[in-house]
Design a protein around this ligand. Structure first.
Ligand SMILES: NC(=O)CCC(=O)C(=O)O
Length: 265
C-alpha cells in the first residue's frame, strides 16, 4: 500500500455537441488553468465523450480516428508538465467501429492504459451507435494500482469489486450523467468508495445538450466515503489533495476483503 499524497484536479467542463474543434480548444484552456491556477496537480481527470458529446448520428464523421489527435495532445501535455492524465473519454474510431474510450498517460508522456466503456447506456442510445469494450480498465498511476470505469458502469458493483480485488486503490470515473438522477450519481459513487474502501474520483460535465441538462457535481471521495471535494453546476476545476495511505488504514480497520465469503455468493 502506498503513502503517496496526490493533488487531483477534475476538469468539469461544458461540451459543445458535435464540435470537436471547440471542445479541444476548451480542454486545452482548462488544462493550462489546472497547472497554473492552483497547486500543481499530480493527476488530472476529464469528463466522458468530451471531444464530440453525444452527437451520435454524426459520430462516424466526428470521432477521433485511432484517437490520434487526442493521444498527441495528452502525450505532449503530460510530458511537458510531468502530470498523470486520465483523459476523460472520447469518441474513438477503430476499424469501422466507434468506441467510448479513455486514454491514460503517465508523467513521462507515455500511454499507461486505455479502456473502452463496457456497459452501453440505452437511455442515451449508445448501443445503437457504439461498440462496447471487452476488457476491464486497470492501470498503474505512479506505481499505485488503479481502475477506470465510465459513467453508467458505476451501476454495476461487480465491476468495481473486480477492480478492487485486482488491487485497485483508486477508481477514476469520467461521466456525462444528467438530471434528474443526481441522487443516483452521488449515492452510487459513495457506495463504490465505501464498499471497496477505495478513492473514487469522478468527473462529470456541465451544460445543456438538446433537452438534456448535465449537473456537474464531480466528486472526490475517500475510502471512508467522505466527500473531499464536490463541484457545483457550472464549469470549474474541482481540486483536492488525497492521501493514498488512507486506503490501507481503512482496509485494516474494517477488514472486508478478509471477511468476504465468496464460496457463498
Ligand atoms: N453517459 C452515461 O452513461 C449516463 C449514465 C446515466 O445517466 C445513468 O443514469 O446511469
Amino acid at each position: 500500500m502506498s503513502n503517496k499524497k496526490w493533488n487531483v484536479a477534475l476538469l468539469q467542463m461544458d461540451i459543445a455537441i458535435g464540435e470537436p474543434e471547440s471542445n479541444f480548444s476548451k480542454l486545452e484552456t482548462m488544462l493550462e488553468q489546472a497547472v497554473t491556477g492552483g497547486t500543481k496537480p499530480d493527476v488530472i481527470v476529464f469528463p466522458e465523450m468530451w471531444n464530440t458529446g453525444y452527437a451520435l448520428e454524426r459520430i462516424h464523421e466526428l470521432a477521433d480516428a485511432d484517437g490520434q489527435r487526442t493521444r498527441e495532445l495528452l502525450s505532449a501535455f503530460s510530458r511537458k508538465h510531468g502530470v498523470n492524465l486520465i483523459g476523460g473519454s472520447i469518441a474513438e474510431k477503430k476499424g469501422g467501429d466507434i468506441y467510448n474510450t479513455i486514454y491514460a498517460f503517465n508523467r513521462e508522456g507515455r500511454e499507461a492504459a486505455d479502456y473502452s466503456k463496457i456497459h452501453l447506456f440505452r437511455l442515451m442510445d449508445e448501443e445503437k451507435y457504439l461498440k462496447e469494450g471487452t476488457t476491464v480498465g486497470q492501470l498503474k498511476v505512479d506505481d499505485v494500482p488503479a481502475g477506470m470505469m465510465i459513467c453508467y458502469d458505476i451501476r454495476f458493483p461487480e465491476l468495481s469489486r473486480k477492480l478492487a480485488l485486482g488491487g485497485a486503490q483508486i477508481l477514476f470515473v469520467p461521466a456525462e450523467w444528467p438530471n434528474p438522477r443526481l441522487h443516483h450519481w452521488r449515492t452510487l459513487l459513495m457506495a463504490r468508495a465505501i464498499e471497496n474502501q477505495m478513492f473514487v474520483v469522478s468527473c462529470n460535465r456541465v451544460g445543456i445538450s438538446g433537452t438534456t441538462e448535465f449537473f456537474g457535481h464531480s466528486m472526490i471521495i475517500d475510502p471512508w466515503g467522505e466527500v473531499l471535494a464536490e463541484g457545483g453546476e457550472t464549469e470549474q476545476i474541482v481540486r483536492a489533495e488525497i492521501d493514498m495511505g488512507l486506503v490501507a488504514e481503512v482496509r485494516s480497520r474494517i477488514p472486508i476483503f478478509e471477511d468476504r465469503r465468496p464460496g457463498l455468493y
